[in-house]
Design a protein around this ligand. Structure first.
Ligand code: ADP
Ligand code: MG
Length: 599
């Protein structure tokens, strides 16, 4: 076998294997080039998950006719010239590999013009120049990439489903949008506008991307130490999620992945976060380029720090400083008072109230014989909100209630009192019971929502001031799936463009202020499982119930209390709320007599 130098075309294709694993990586390379070219506005368009069409247009410095041609040659770069430059990299690109690699496995049209000179166009198919011509393009660069891997069918087979590639693109583009708020970005899928963001500061950018809910729930982070600085925003507890994906870390303007850094930020929340809960953050670390090696891998998302532990320390201190007010304000905060996700974790709930068959016809059809077991869905990493003792106590309590038949459901209730605007006390045939008004109402709403999901739905009440709720594009595609179920419990809404819905009607028992929170909570649960089954529908009903129930601290009128107690005993399970807390505590005459030492 004789050794030969590979033809450059083949070298480029091999290199393409490293740089371009998916359409999103092409977008990443092209946008990096636009940023390096000092663009103020970048427009990204794709079709078909980027597999058949990608286009990036910028208003950066552009290239002359000769440079445009040269830029598609291997190791042609304007960004470094000698090896010393390698330890002082300020630009995002520097290897001069991206354009030739992309060109070797696709069909490219590139146009560019520098300030004050005529533009030019080059067409390249599979690395071969097809044509060159003048172009009337304004200052800046236009790159269109069609039919990725058209000449390497084996690699084309490895492209993922359009949905998956699309999600990857959203992820990549979101990173740039958050790292460069001073650049205006547009993202289009075909003609559909996914994002249109004007230039501004980071707070404005986050608000534009995530909606108003975020703007009041992010805390500024700013710390400089030695030669490092850490800047950005970190989310308060309102923005904590049960899944990862909204943690953004940048190093000198480059998105990086670093598990250790992430966990050092999580740890700054101390006990406020449970395992399996993830806060929102967008943090930029800046340090002199010579203190970090970004040349570890062509995709450059891994970096090597010279002084790793010091970086962790500074980042953690910066986050802790931002959170310190929050930590001071709620010294004994119980994170699991928040509802989300705690439902399936209670053994008791399953025993006394959860159906084990799919309750909605759609899922029953697709899986007619499948039993949906709550325990299968248990997230092993989620700390149980209710400990064994509570459950045991609850069991004992329910047994004693059942045994003593304390509550005769046929006896009309007329004597009711409210204690501290929180508990309702009423007399029953064999003593008295104390009812937690919030959980009682929650149980009532939960069961009515469940019935609505099974049957004809709940009435909806039209809102006076329709409110919009914003989603991330990758969330929005999922959100569409659950809209029919939301309609059933009384939410009416319409698409409002740019991954936003406008809420026109809400369940009649709900406060409109909590709508956004409810929708996001329900969606998160769905994204977690991506299956509409009994557990999901229960969660949906429970979230609705929890968020719209009477709160502790609300004063109730006499007839409201009687109504509540009546309705409670008309439910299937008046004794325990959907997440297993007791609703009723009883004091029997026996017990009273015993404690007063009468017997
Ligand atoms: P690198 O970015 O690593 O230098 P690329 O292959 O991505 O390598 O690009 C090669 C060269 O083409 C860059 O160094 C730059 O001079 C030029 N270039 C690429 N894209 C643009 C653009 N959008 N605007 C201006 N110049 C560009
Ligand atoms: Mg580049």
């Amino acid at each position: 076998m004789s050794i030969k130098l590979l033809p450059s075309q083949l070298i480029n294709q091999i290199a393409a294997g490293e740089v371009i694993e998916k359409p999103a990586s092409i977008i990443k390379e092209l946008v990096e080039n636009s940023i390096d070219a000092d663009a103020k506005k970048i427009t990204i368009k794709f079709n078909d998950g980027g597999k058949s069409f990608i286009q990036v247009i910028d208003d950066g410095c552009g290239m002359s006719k000769d440079d445009l041609k040269l830029s598609f040659q291997r190791h042609a770069t304007s960004k470094i010239a000698e090896s010393e430059d390698l330890i002082n990299i300020k630009s995002l690109g520097f290897r001069g590999e991206a354009l030739p690699s992309i060109a070797s496995v696709s069909q490219i049209v590139a146009r560019s013009a520098t300030e004050g000179s005529e533009g030019s166009e080059i067409i390249i198919h599979g690395g071969v120049v097809k044509s060159e011509a003048p172009s009337s393009i304004l200052t800046g660069t236009f790159i269109q990439v069609k039919n990725l891997f058209f000449n390497t069918p084996a690699r084309r087979k490895f492209l993922k489903k359009t949905e998956t590639e699309k999600r990857n693109i959203y992820q990549v583009v979101k990173h740039f949008m958050l790292a460069y708020p001073q650049i205006a970005f547009s993202l289009l899928e075909g003609d559909r506008k996914i994002y249109k963001l004007e230039a501004g500061d980071l707070h404005h950018r986050i608000t534009q991307m995530y909606g108003r809910r975020f703007s009041s729930s992010i805390l500024p982070v700013s710390l400089s130490k030695d030669r490092f600085s850490v800047n950005g925003y970190i989310g308060s507890l309102n923005l904590v999620k049960k899944r990862q994906g909204e943690q953004y870390l940048f190093l000198n303007g480059r998105s990086i992945q670093n598990r250790l850094l992430n966990s050092s930020i999580y740890s700054s929340y101390k006990s406020l976060l449970n395992r399996g809960e993830y806060p929102f953050f967008v943090l930029s670390i800046d340090m002199p380029p010579d203190m970090v090696d970004v040349n570890v891998h062509p995709a450059k998302s891994e970096v090597r720090f010279q002084d790793e532990w010091r970086v962790f320390y500074v980042v953690k201190s910066a986050a802790a400083q931002a959170l310190s007010d929050l930590l001071k304000a709620i010294p004994d905060f119980q994170p699991y008072n928040r509802y989300s996700g705690t439902y399936a974790d209670t053994h008791l709930t399953k025993q006394i109230s959860l159906p084990t068959e799919p309750v909605n016809p759609a899922s029953a059809e697709t899986a007619p014989h499948k039993r949906v077991d709550q325990f299968d869905n248990l997230d092993k990493h989620t700390a149980s909100p209710i400990n064994e003792n509570t459950i045991e106590r609850a069991h004992k309590r329910i047994e004693s209630i059942m045994k003593n038949q304390l509550v005769d459901e046929n006896i009309p209730i007329d004597n009711v009192w409210q204690l501290q605007n929180k508990y309702i006390i009423t007399e029953v045939n064999n003593g008295l019971i104390i009812i937690d008004q919030h959980v009682a109402h929650e149980r009532i709403l939960f069961e009515s929502a469940k019935k609505a999901l099974d049957g004809n739905g709940l009435p909806s009440q039209t809102v006076l001031f329709p409110q919009t709720v914003k989603f991330q594009p990758e969330e929005y595609v999922k959100f569409i799936d659950i809209v029919p179920y939301l309609n059933k419990i009384g939410f009416r809404m319409r698409d409002f463009g740019e991954n936003t819905v406008i809420i026109e009607g809400i369940p009649s028992e709900i406060y409109s202020g909590t709508v956004e929170e409810i929708l996001h909570d329900i969606l998160d649960k769905y994204i977690d499982r991506l299956e509409i089954n009994a557990s999901f529908l229960d969660h949906m009903a429970a979230t609705y119930a929890c968020k719209s129930a009477i709160k502790a601290g609300e004063r109730l009128k006499n007839d409201e209390m009687i109504n509540l107690v009546d309705k409670l005993f008309a439910t299937e399970h008046p004794y325990y709320c959907p997440h297993g807390r007791p609703i009723i505590i009883s004091l029997s005459m026996d017990e009273l007599d015993r404690r007063f030492e009468r017997i």
